[in-house]
Design a protein around this ligand. Structure first.
Ligand SMILES: Nc1ncnc2c1ncn2[C@@H]1O[C@H](COP(=O)(O)OP(=O)(O)OP(=O)(O)O)[C@@H](O)[C@H]1O
Ligand SMILES: [Mg+2]
Length: 292
């Protein structure tokens, strides 16, 4: 039996040709997209998906054409956040038509194709080997989505990344050197320690990391109309991120409720103000880099 190290050729699969053709398809599909911004962290559960949707809405309110691509294929959240759990991804003019929310935001999420009661089942070649293929198939499916969807003309395509510092790096490779990153953290040493690993991983790539959004920085108490302390542990025991802080967003229970209900437009308050500040920082960061 041959081992991996005995393989000197591609066994006739023309792997280099296949990769080249897929890259070409993706480049063509994204030709009308001005900026790709990946929202990552490394740490799970810190609000990447929630803020991806909120940033897209805030940018749209500022007149930018945006769409959201949910890169979390196993734990997709964008379909629920957008109220598009049953949206069909249908053939369109050039590729697959972009599913849209009632307000017109384009959202592509596996959550529209696979109900929450089911997992995403990647068929395996032999019993018990799916762990070997899973990452490969996952990235392949992600690349197919990127290349198949008719994104049209967009100012910003926001990509909601799954957790994992290592995966953040892999998505940088898949999205290419032009994709910018924004990292989401929360004010705990536990989260910042992991986000610091992602920041370090991204420094090894040509991709620009625009900054970090500090989420859940305080808790907005609606009845007293005040932002109160949520976490007050010793965050300083984690390494500095060495990134500009784009905004600090409080935890607002109305945001969690609206997100669950798939009605992500929020009443005004400190959370929306901070989300808009984050969107403005990101947009001005993009403009500066274009001018510079
Ligand atoms: N600022 C906030 N105010 C209120 N709720 C929030 C806020 N940020 C996130 N949440 C809530 O926290 C939970 C986790 O958020 P979310 O799913 O966006 O995190 P995530 O980083 O994408 O998680 P995962 O790593 O699993 O992808 C959700 O229930 C969401 O509604
Ligand atoms: Mg998420």
């Amino acid at each position: 039996m041959k081992s991996y190290f005995d393989l000197t050729e591609d066994g006739g699969s023309d792997i280099a040709g296949q990769v080249g053709r897929q890259r070409q398809r993706i480049a063509e599909a994204l030709a009308g997209v001005e900026h790709v911004i990946a929202i990552g962290s490394g740490k799970g559960g810190v609000g990447k998906s929630t803020l991806t949707m909120q940033l897209a809405l805030a940018m749209e309110r500022r007149g930018r054409r945006c769409a959201v691509l949910d890169a979390d294929l196993n734990g997709p959240c964008q379909a629920r956040l957008a109220g598009l759990e049953n949206a069909a991804i249908l053939p369109g003019g050039r590729g697959m038509a972009l599913p849209r929310t009632s307000t017109g935001l384009g959202v592509v999420s596996m959550g529209s194709a696979v109900p929450e009661s089911e997992d995403l089942d990647f068929a395996s070649v032999a019993r018990g080997d799916s762990h070997v293929w899973r990452a490969t198939r996952e990235f392949n499916l992600f690349q197919q989505l990127l290349g198949l969807v008719d994104w049209g003309r967009l100012d910003v395509l926001l990509v909601d990344l799954p957790p994992g510092a290592e995966r953040t790096l892999q998505y940088a490779e898949v999205l290419g050197p032009g994709a910018r990153f924004v990292l989401v953290s929360i004010p705990t040493a536990l989260a910042r320690g992991v986000v610091a690993r992602s920041a370090a991983a991204l420094r090894r790539t040509p991709n620009v990391t625009l900054g970090v959004i500090e989420n859940m920085s305080g808790y907005y108490c609606g009845s007293c109309d005040e932002v109160r302390t949520l976490f007050d542990g010793p965050v300083d025991t984690a390494p500095e991120l060495g990134l500009p802080v784009l905004a600090s967003i409080p935890f607002d229970p109305r945001l969690a409720a609206a997100s669950d209900a798939g009605e992500p437009e929020l009443p005004r308050g400190p959370a929306v103000t901070a989300i808009e500040a984050a969107a403005d920082s990101i947009l001005s960061g993009l403009a500066e880099r274009r001018a510079g």
